[in-house]
Design a protein around this ligand. Structure first.
Ligand code: DON
Length: 341
């Protein structure tokens, strides 16, 4: 290397560091007041919105009051900014899926997820049986029902109880507090889980499920019935923003090296057949659930989580997606650059 090219490299590096410094400064410029004002603003803006309907294929979910609405930002150092119903416990449903995928990544490596489940978005609804027939991977990715049931079956376990305990402990570690199952939700979902039972059996038939199908179905359904608040989801997202360390307990919940792969799946499949629209508008890896929860991650900075039960046709919370999209737009934190508001 010549002296000149060394100098050039030095200048480029300094410029890059300066740029990074400016970015870091602008992140710090998001003050406590700014975060609080923003969650208040989007909460007030979307509370009156009456679009969407509670999920009804799990009968008990129709009973969740549709007017409850919570918005929370949790920073990677554990500061919480909230508005509305952020302590109400609802069922985590599909928001659980990336966190169990993280457990499998930790136990078996990220390649196991690609090879044994898949990482392609389906472009189809979350409970699609057709996707299983269309794609050679069958389970397709860990965020649709098929891939999530396969994730549960991949947890290295000695028994069903061991499998369940690991799943619950892992999600509790992400939240930073012991979580429990909403038993009425479990009962309602398991007694009506004919579609998911079909999916589990089809996967097993194709050699793409790695435990007894009914065991995987039961543990998956219990996982979906775990009670969380919007604040819990925010803390789980903040753990991802903090590269796998829970900001309050300080516990490392997943290896930092696996976080980019996990966020990549959340970016491409977190909103199911609406993931393209979501990334176009908000530009953030995220995960939704039919219980009404959403968590979105601004990598290296913070998480935004919402709760509101009414869903759109893709199964995503209407108030929640509007609120997070506005926050991402106003703060200019989309991962590909600031998205328009
Ligand atoms: O298996 C199911 O259908 C539910 N336990 C979870 C689906 C879900 O949350 C889809 N999310 N938007």
């Amino acid at each position: 290397m010549t002296g000149n090219s060394k100098l050039n490299r030095g200048l480029v590096l300094s410029a890059a560091l300066l740029g990074f410094g400016l970015l870091a400064t602008s992140a710090q410029a998001q003050t406590a007041d700014e975060f609080q004002a923003l969650v208040n603003k989007v909460h007030a803006k979307y509370l009156p919105l009456q679009e969407g309907a509670n999920a009804d294929y799990i009968p008990i979910l129709t009973e969740t009051p549709s007017d409850l609405f919570g918005v929370v930002i949790v920073t990677k150092d554990g500061k919480v900014y909230s508005a509305g119903d952020v302590d109400y416990k609802f069922s985590i449903q599909s928001v659980s899926k990336p966190f169990t995928a993280a457990l499998v990544m930790n136990q078996q490596g990220t390649e196991a997820i690609r090879e044994k489940i898949g990482v392609e978005p389906t472009g189809l609804p979350f409970n699609s049986k057709m996707a299983l027939e269309l794609y050679d991977a069958r389970s397709v990715n860990p965020l649709v029902n098929a891939g999530a049931i396969a994730s549960v079956s991949l947890v290295a376990a000695k028994s069903e109880e061991d499998r369940w305990n690991q799943v619950l402990q892992n999600i509790s570690d992400f939240a930073g507090e012991p979580l429990t199952v909403l038993e009425k939700v479990y009962e309602s979902e398991y007694t009506t889980a004919f579609g998911n039972r079909a999916i589990a059996n089809l996967l097993y038939n194709y050699g793409r499920l790695y435990s007894d199908p009914e065991e995987a179905l039961r543990v998956y359904t219990r996982q979906c019935s775990i009670g969380v608040s919007a604040k819990d989801l925010g803390m789980m997202g903040a753990t991802l923003a903090n590269l796998g360390v829970n900001p309050v307990t300080g516990k490392r919940v997943m290896p930092a090296r696996d976080v980019p792969e996990l966020l990549a799946i959340m970016a491409t499949a977190g909103f199911y057949d609406e993931s393209g629209d979501w990334m176009y508008d908000a530009g953030l890896p995220a995960k939704t659930g039919v219980g009404g929860g959403i968590v979105a991650v601004v990598p290296g900075k913070f998480a935004v989580a919402t709760f509101s039960a009414p869903l759109n046709k893709a199964g995503n919370s209407v108030r929640g997606l509007h609120a997070i999209r506005d926050i991402a737009g106003e703060l200019g934190v989309g991962v590909f650059g600031p998205n328009p508001e």
